[in-house]
Ligand binder design. Structure first.
Ligand code: HXC
Length: 293
């Protein structure tokens, strides 16, 4: 499939200053380049400096000097608040925050230790709150608008076996999105979230496909009605729309972009998505024959 092209002008994010947590790897790293290419100043947060430096260089390839990085563990509020303060004083106020930092692994819940549970929930839930709070209270104090976009999954609506701490923590961020959309609307601060289906990235891909059995894992394209996985370019396009000035009235929403994967799951007939026209003709013929007899 050809990569989705951008529907936006290269200046759509001019004047935007956007933070991406967990921006050194995976989806955050991929989206950063698109934001920079469309005029934004981008700040990447992560725990490993060499990885961040490489990601920043990659993301700013077309616009040198547009991407900065900071070593921050989002689980630590003091570190989050301190770094947020330095961005504000050294660069200027952010206009948007992407809560992208995540931790996850597949495990049987009965085997999880309390430390394992908290390694995941403290990154996803606490980290998203810390970052949102540190930016939000500055926007409110300065009388500035802001936009928060959190990267979630459709598990916020359905739950998901074998990734229970992640499903719980992302559901909490979904709740934060709805709650603060109401509380902070009067300050012109919007909160939205994206729930992408599987999009290939190195680490998450390996982690979500724990065996070489094709029927196991979260990323099989044949279980997605659209017949394929998503792309970073598609995620970036939606991200740019939500972080731009195009939709100030849109807040409190978690938007799934998953090729209808979630909607296919709960339906009784979801397994029939693999049938072709000939199969359906046969089903029709059989049904007609049954009613005629
Ligand atoms: C069981 C495990 C485990 C595993 C770690 N632990 N891996 N338990 N199965 N596979 C346990 C450890 O034994 C320890 O508990 C506790 O978890 C903490 O482990 P540490 O390694 O000390 O923690 P930390 O260094 O903070 O590492 C956190 C991490 C790591 C989650 C384990 O993988 C990480 O930092 N990942 C960040 C990137 C990431 O996960 N990205 C994926 C996002 S994908 P004990 O009790 O033994 O001390 C995603 C969803 C995609 O979010 C959805 C697509 C549809």
């Amino acid at each position: 499939m050809p990569e989705a092209t951008s529907p936006f002008t290269p200046s759509v994010l001019d004047g935007k200053r956007i933070l991406i947590t967990g921006g050194g790897t995976g989806l955050g790293r991929g989206v950063a380049r698109h934001l920079a290419d469309h005029g934004a100043e981008v700040h990447l947060w992560g725990r490993r400096e060499p990885v961040l430096a490489e990601a920043a260089a990659e993301a700013s390839a077309n616009r040198p000097g547009s991407v900065f990085f900071h070593t921050v563990d989002v689980r630590d509020y003091d570190s989050v608040d301190d770094t947020m303060g330095r961005i504000w004083s050294d660069h200027g106020p952010l206009t948007g925050v992407v809560n992208n930092a995540a931790a996850n692994f597949i495990a049987q819940t009965k085997d999880l230790s309390p430390r394992a549970f908290s390694a995941i929930t403290s990154t996803v839930m606490n980290g998203s709150f810390h970052t949102t709070h540190a930016a939000g209270r500055r926007w409110i104090a300065d009388g500035l608008p802001g936009s928060v976009l959190s990267t979630l999954t459709t598990w916020v609506w359905t739950g998901s076996a074998f990734v229970v701490p992640s499903a719980m923590a992302k559901a909490a961020v979904h709740s934060m999105t709805m709650s603060l959309a109401v509380e902070w609307a009067k300050y012109r601060i919007r909160l939205n979230a994206l729930a992408p289906g599987p999009i290939p990235t190195d680490y998450a891909w390996e982690m979500l496909n724990p065996t070489d059995k094709s029927s196991v894992g979260a990323t099989q394209a044949d279980q997605i009605p659209a017949g394929r996985t998503g792309t970073i370019a598609e995620l970036a396009n939606l991200t740019m729309f939500l972080l731009s000035d195009a939709c100030d009235y849109l807040t409190g929403q978690t938007i799934a972009m998953d090729g209808a994967q979630m909607l296919a799951g709960p339906g009784t007939f979801a397994g029939l998505t693999s049938l072709g026209d000939a199969d359906w003709q046969q089903i029709k013929d059989s049904a007609k024959a049954a009613t005629a007899s």
